[in-house]
Ligand binder design. Structure first.
Ligand SMILES: Nc1ncnc2c1ncn2[C@@H]1O[C@H](COP(=O)(O)OP(=O)(O)OP(=O)(O)O)[C@@H](O)[C@H]1O
Ligand SMILES: N[C@@H](CCO)C(=O)O
Length: 312
């Protein structure tokens, strides 16, 4: 049994258009690292060390809430120290809270020799998402745990499948320089209507089908048509009024696909050699400046799943 373990989990973009709480994509843009070790003395059950802005109160951090549940379920005595090295900026739609949760659960699983499956890791990590957003949405944590593009096909019990991607695209994240404050995703989820018209559901089913078939068959047009959403992105537009114009520009300059990254405010653009990426960047910069802020561009590629190393 290692006395100290390190786990690394990548950032992710959830929803991918019409896949609200179902689809997500891991990417190598950013990553969180969580170190876990057993302490033989101290107060409470969990001690958090971090040099980032995330809470050190174990009841408020997406990394520690799942670990507390593990300690209860497995009747773990003693204190677990979690050192959280935040590489994924919080509150920007990049799956920051989810990655911390996955890395912490994976590290503790190795530390205590629990041998949790990836589905088990998701089952615990969603408790961290629930703590910070009010809802146990499994998409970001599924992507950070499994890697690649994932679909959460069942919620109870969790079943996650990796979606075969047979089109060679790259990823660009458009990241607004915006301070979204505490609980951005919680606020974004409150904007999602509890009921929608059937025609909107059918429209989103078309998008989702197009996207899934496009990814699996490697059909560029189907991917582009499928990355769209007539329900959630629309309902949340007040949070990112710049998005429709950025979407229009991305499609005008032939992106493979574009959508809001998770609950935003970042935007995910898929591109290839046919995409006029520089024109998208120039156009997006102008749009963001028109709304009073600058944005950053991060180009990356699809990421892997959580990685764990026993340190000693
Ligand atoms: N370990 C953590 N990492 C990141 N955020 C955390 C963590 N623990 C608690 N939080 C809080 O959660 C909120 C950020 O999570 P939120 O779900 O709103 O956005 P996100 O996870 O960065 O992006 P996404 O839209 O992809 O979920 C912030 O208020 C932050 O303080
Ligand atoms: N499906 C979640 C993802 C958050 O990143 C939401 O859109 O609220």
């Amino acid at each position: 049994m290692s006395m100290r373990v390190r786990a690394i989990a990548f950032s992710s973009s959830a929803n991918l258009g019409a896949g609200y709480d179902v689809l997500s994509m891991s990417h190598r843009a950013f990553n969180d690292v969580v170190y876990a070790e057993l302490l033989d003395s101290g107060e409470g059950k969990i001690f958090i060390e971090t040099d980032s802005s995330v809470p050190t109160d174990p009841s408020k951090n997406s990394a520690s809430v799942p670990v507390e549940a593990i300690m209860e379920d497995y009747k773990i005595k003693g204190i677990i120290k979690l050192k959280i090295v935040k590489g994924i900026p919080p509150g920007l739609g990049l799956g920051s809270s989810g990655a911390s949760a996955v890395a912490a659960v994976a590290a503790v699983s190795r530390l205590l020799d629990l041998n949790l499956s990836l589905e088990d890791i998701v089952k615990y990590a969603v408790l961290g998402e629930k703590a910070v957003s009010g809802s146990p949405h499994p998409d970001n944590v599924a992507a950070s745990a499994f890697g690649g593009v994932v679909a959460v096909t069942s919620h109870d019990p969790f079943r996650i499948v990796r979606v075969a991607v047979n089109y060679d695209f790259k990823i660009m994240l458009i990241i607004p320089r915006l301070a979204t404050g505490v609980g951005k995703t919680k606020r974004a989820r409150e904007l999602v209507p509890p009921k929608v018209e059937l025609n909107k559901v059918v429209e989103n089913a078309r998008y989702l089908s197009s996207l899934m078939v496009g990814l699996i068959k490697g059909d560029r047009n189907l991917i582009q048509e499928g990355m769209n959403d007539s329900i959630v992105e629309k309902a949340r537009e007040p949070l990112y009024p710049y998005y429709p114009k950025i979407r229009e520009i991305s499609l005008k300059y032939n992106s493979v696909g574009v959508c809001v990254s998770g609950a935003g405010p970042s935007v995910l653009v898929l591109y290839d050699e046919e995409t006029e990426l520089e024109k998208i960047k120039l156009g997006a910069t102008d749009v963001c400046r028109g709304f009073g802020f600058d944005c950053d561009f991060v180009t990356t590629e699809i990421g892997g799943g959580v990685k764990v190393e026993g340190l000693d």
